[in-house]
Structures are given as C-alpha cells and as structure tokens.
Design a binder for this molecule. Structure first.
Ligand SMILES: [Zn+2]
Ligand SMILES: [Zn+2]
Length: 346
C-alpha cells in the first residue's frame, strides 16, 4: 500500500477540456443546519450556509471546471475565517466553492417600495406570510410566490392575481412529520421527499387533510416539498403555519424571474413584499416534480437536484447518436451521446 503525506487541490488550467460534469444543487445538509440553529456558531441564522456536502452548484456556475472564480460566489471574496476553512484539507469546507458567512457572503433583504431597514428580514417575511400577505421570495434557482395555506383568502387572492384559477399549487412544509398530518406518505415517498435532491413529491391527501381547499382544488393529491435552503428552514422557524404555497413566479410563456429589478417590476401588483438577496442566479432551475406509480419514480419535471446530471443509458447501442425534440409547449430537447442523455434545464 502506498502512503501519502499530503493532499492538495491545485488550480485548474484555463484550457481545461476534460469530461467534468456540472453537479446539481444539493439541499442544506444536517451539519450546516446544526450550525444555523446554534447560537454559539458564527453561522447562526445565516441563510446561505453551505459546505462541500451541500449548497448551490449548477445554479451558480458560469463555466467548468467548478471553481469559485467561475461561479456567482466570485462576487463574495472569502473573509479570513472562511479562508482558513477553505484551505484546510481536514475541514469539511475545504474547497467548498459556495462557502461563505455573514461577514463575507450574500445578504438577504426585504423590499417594498424600497429596501426596508429591518433587523431580521426573514423573520418579518414569515410574519407577513402568516398575516396573509403575498411574498415574492428569490431562492436558489428562481423566485417563488408564497402564501399561507390554512385560509382560502390569501390563496384565492394569489389565484386572482395570477389568473390561475384551478391549477394546483405546490407547497413547502417544514418537516416530514407535519406532511404526514395532511398527506399519505409511503416509505419510498418519505425517502425521496427528504433526499438531498428535495423534489416536489405528489402525495395523496389523507383523511385529516385540513389545508385550504383552494390549495389543490378538486384533486385528491397535492405536490409537497421540504425546505432545501437555509432561508427556507429559517422562514419556517419563525412561522406557525404547517405549509406555505411556493409556486414558481414566472409569467405565462416567460422564463423564471432571477434578476432583482425584474422580480420587482414584473411582480408589481402581485406580491405585497419581496424577500430578495444579492447573489446572482446564473442558471435558472425550477423545482423538480416527481410521483410514484406502483412504487416506481416517474418524473413530471426533472430539474433542481437532478439537472444537469445526465441519464445513464449504458447498455444501449453505443453507436447510436440521438437528438430528441419536443414536446409542443416546453423546450426539452435531449442529446444521447456515448452512454449519457443530457438536456437543458428550463
Ligand atoms: Zn452543508
Ligand atoms: Zn466568511
């Protein structure tokens, strides 16, 4: 056996042309969540806490190889404490490209006719949602419109403004125990909804379902996800609601809103308040949606947490090169090359 004395990650060369694959975004890990919840930790209540095991990847990457200088984190040079972690091979933030803290990282702020001077904008946002207001919340790969789910009023108000009268809205619930209070959850659904990919999972409502009927009208099921960013976890830590509607804030036929000025101007008249941040979203990535049929996972939308990871098609005729196009409404072309199928995230 060879003994090694040292381990280094060295700078990538500029003419890199290897087969590096851009990794998908990963939900905040349990170690980072412990830090966010620990009053003695320097990342206490910091919504952008991330490490090598978790955080944004695809949504912040400009180009490969995946180094900080090629991500939107380049806008936030590491402070001395973060730098020590980043340089230490023994630290779980060794070369964690999305690592940051309150001193050096992105900021979150609440906006209504200007930036509001509030000590804790996330807490205030949760209070406003619980009061029945509509919030636009900029997230990891796009923007959500958010309302409470225990009264029809705010849900109907959102429906009127979006002119979406019957389409079910996806919801986010703070934890799996709360989800079991209103939905049936099988073992495989439970594993998937809690996985680091954190898709929306379509679940059957259970006999105790008591959320507002207008969340998912005329349907026996609804799409549910769990928090996947520090900001989501913090929001629910300040809320008394069992779930929030979190529907993607894009106008019909238009891509998701990712730019602060655009979010404010396009959602003017729809959102009462805006919870925004100053990290650029490089690649849009909507929430993935899955359902289970006879225990088999089926995608309704394959996006955050999965893309741009290719499908493994090993075992089929490798001489075949296929370009697949369609369907009619969404652009979902795919390319089969060697053993992998790749396609863009829309
Ligand atoms: Zn982490
Ligand atoms: Zn820092």
């Amino acid at each position: 056996m060879t003994a090694y004395n040292d381990f280094k990650i060295i700078s990538s060369s500029n003419n890199f042309s290897g087969a590096s694959v851009i990794p998908p975004d990963v939900a905040t890990c349990s170690n980072c969540l412990e830090e966010i919840a620990d009053p003695n930790n320097r990342r206490y209540k910091y919504p952008f806490t991330a490490c090598t095991d978790c955080g944004p990847r695809f949504t912040v990457i400009n180009s490969i190889p995946y180094d900080r200088e090629r991500t939107s984190m380049e806008d936030f040079p590491l402070c001395s404490e973060c730098e020590v972690e980043y340089e230490d091979p023994e630290d779980r933030r060794y070369h964690a490209e999305a690592s940051c803290c309150e001193v050096c990282g992105p900021d979150v702020f609440l906006y209504k006719d200007g930036m509001l001077k509030i000590e804790n904008p996330i807490k205030r946002a949760a209070e406003l949602i619980d009061e029945g207001k509509i919030l636009a919340i900029k997230g990891i790969g796009g923007t959500h419109l958010v309302v409470k789910t225990t009264e029809n009023g705010p849900v109907d108000s959102l429906r009127q403004k979006l002119r979406r009268f019957n389409q079910p809205f996806a919801i986010m619930s703070p934890n799996i125990e709360t989800v079991k209070g209103f939905a049936e959850v099988s073992d495989v659904e439970s594993d998937t909804i809690q996985s680091r990919r954190r898709p929306i999972v379509v679940l059957n409502k259970n006999s105790d379902y008591s959320l507002a009927p207008s969340v998912s009208p005329y349907l026996h099921n609804l799409g549910v996800m769990l928090p996947y960013s520090g900001l989501h976890h913090l929001l629910f830590s300040y809320s008394t609601e069992p779930a929030y509607i979190m529907t993607s804030a894009n106008m019909p036929g238009e891509p998701m809103l990712i730019n602060n000025e655009e979010i404010i101007s396009k959602l003017d008249g729809i959102a009462d308040y805006f919870l925004l941040h100053n990290r650029r979203i490089i690649n849009r990535c909507d929430d993935s949606v899955v359902r289970f049929r006879d225990g088999e996972l089926a995608f309704i939308r394959r996006s955050r947490g999965y893309v741009p990871e290719p499908y493994d098609f090993s075992g089929i005729n490798q001489k075949l090169k296929v370009l697949a196009l369609g369907p009619e409404i969404d652009v979902t072309f795919s390319i089969l090359k060697k053993e992998n199928v790749t396609y863009p995230s829309i």
